[in-house]
Write a protein that binds this ligand. Structure first.
Ligand code: NIG
Ligand code: FE
Length: 405
């Protein structure tokens, strides 16, 4: 592969604190000089002032637009069929969201062929790329049988390294109708045969630990079994209610506790003193008309915060990271710099990845050329498509609906 230089970058966000000013390490943008970057063999090899740009095999003039690291979407549920637009409409008329809606998608997903699931995943991945996402995680969780969970993860693993076994999404109807006995049997299936089938294709294990889903004892049993099978833990915690899931997430050294909508002061302190990232999913609060989590309190306490889409057909059917950033800035107390960091470096931290989420030397050449002079425009111009070009592994991704010069 040959080297490519990028000249006249209006503002280059590296997330490298040793460069530029502040945590996001922004170069250029001050009016005096613009930034430059060189990539080679899928990696960042040089960043500095555009005036000092070294020679490369080819050169792209960015014309004063901004470059930011590709977004890292650390939480999505992309292995499903069908949609729940009717449920959304009813919710907007006042019907509350409940974990039970998951069962509608489980029926549609079980009925779908492998080809249908793959096509739906590909469609969503194209949307993620079009929104500037270059690394994404996806969970299973809408199959809930040994075969359906295994196939969801097998298909997902062909598209991303970040695959998560979420057999413990909800107790499926055929078990739930037998009450506590059925729930116990389902947990036994998850930690037994289902985990054995899923482990081959999954990197992570997750549990929806909340009202109407799995309780703390069940979550502990499932995550512990996953860890023993070689998977790393992460958790859906405190979305609908605070049932004590943050304590468990921190105790088990989960890479991430996701949602964090309802947090006590002690939860915030626990997260701040841990390696567990607080992943906030504003699309879910938007679409379930719930109060947003308080990112300001988490950041001020010293917790690491990530932003992710939670793309799923029930509670957050969006693939747009710029939308999540806009809401986080408008309604969750984040500054535009903090929101960008959380959607890039924060997401990487939630996946325990060091190679993505930044544009320091040696990082993956995964980045976005914005149709804007700075990342502040992502929140300042809500709903406007500012993703000019998404590059991954040093190459521009061809995007549907974008013209090719
Ligand atoms: O992250 N909270 C659990 N799972 C999804 C919602 C799933 C659904 O409603 O289909 C979420 O919001
Ligand atoms: Fe989720």
């Amino acid at each position: 592969m040959s080297s490519i230089s990028f000249a006249n970058i209006g503002s280059l966000v590296t997330n490298d604190e040793t460069l530029g000013t502040g945590k996001i390490g922004e170069l250029g943008g001050s009016g005096l000089q613009s930034a430059g970057m060189v990539i080679d063999n899928g990696r960042v090899t040089w960043v500095g002032n555009s005036a000092d740009l070294p020679d490369a095999d080819s050169r792209v003039d960015v014309g004063g637009q901004a470059i930011i690291p590709g977004f890292v979407d650390s939480h999505a549920h992309l292995m499903f069929a069908g949609d729940r637009a009717a449920e959304f409409s009813a919710r907007m008329q006042g019907k509350p969201y409940s974990a039970g809606g998951i069962k509608t998608t489980v029926s549609a997903t079980r009925a779908a062929s492998d080809d249908e699931l793959t096509a739906n995943l590909r469609r969503l991945v194209a949307e993620l790329h079009a929104s500037g996402i270059t690394t994404f995680e996806t969970k299973s969780g809408y199959g809930l049988t040994v075969e359906d969970e295994t196939r969801a993860l097998r298909i997902a693993a062909a598209h991303t390294d970040e695959t998560t076994f979420l057999g413990a999404h909800v107790v499926p109807a055929e078990f739930a109708e037998r009450g506590q006995t059925g729930a116990d049997e389902y947990v036994a299936l998850v930690v037994g045969e289902m985990l054995a089938g899923a482990a081959e294709h999954a990197k992570w294990i997750d549990v929806f630990c909340d009202r109407g889903a799995f309780n703390l004892d069940q979550a502990r049993e499932i995550l512990t079994a996953g860890i023993a099978a070689g998977l790393a833990p992460r958790m859906h915690a405190n979305q609908l209610e605070n049932i004590g899931a943050i304590e468990l997430a921190v105790e088990l050294d989960c890479a991430s506790a996701d949602h964090c909508t309802h947090l006590s002061e002690s939860d915030i302190e626990l997260l701040a003193g841990s390696n567990t990232v607080a992943t906030l999913l504003p699309g879910a609060e938007f679409s379930t008309r719930s109060p947003y989590p308080d990112a300001r309190r988490l950041i001020d306490a010293g917790a690491t915060v990530a932003l992710a889409t939670d793309c799923n057909p029930g509670s957050s059917y969006t693939t747009s990271m710029p939308f999540c950033i806009a809401v986080a800035v408008r309604d969750m107390g984040m500054s535009p710099d903090e929101a960008l960091w959380s959607a890039t470096a924060g997401g990487a931290a939630a996946l325990r990845r060091k190679d993505v989420g930044h544009l320091g030397l040696g990082a993956a050449a995964d980045f976005v050329i914005l149709n804007a002079p700075s990342h502040q425009h992502l929140a300042y111009r809500p709903g406007v498509n500012l993703i000019g070009q998404t590059w991954r592994n040093g190459k521009p991704i061809e995007m549907q609906g974008h013209s090719h010069e």
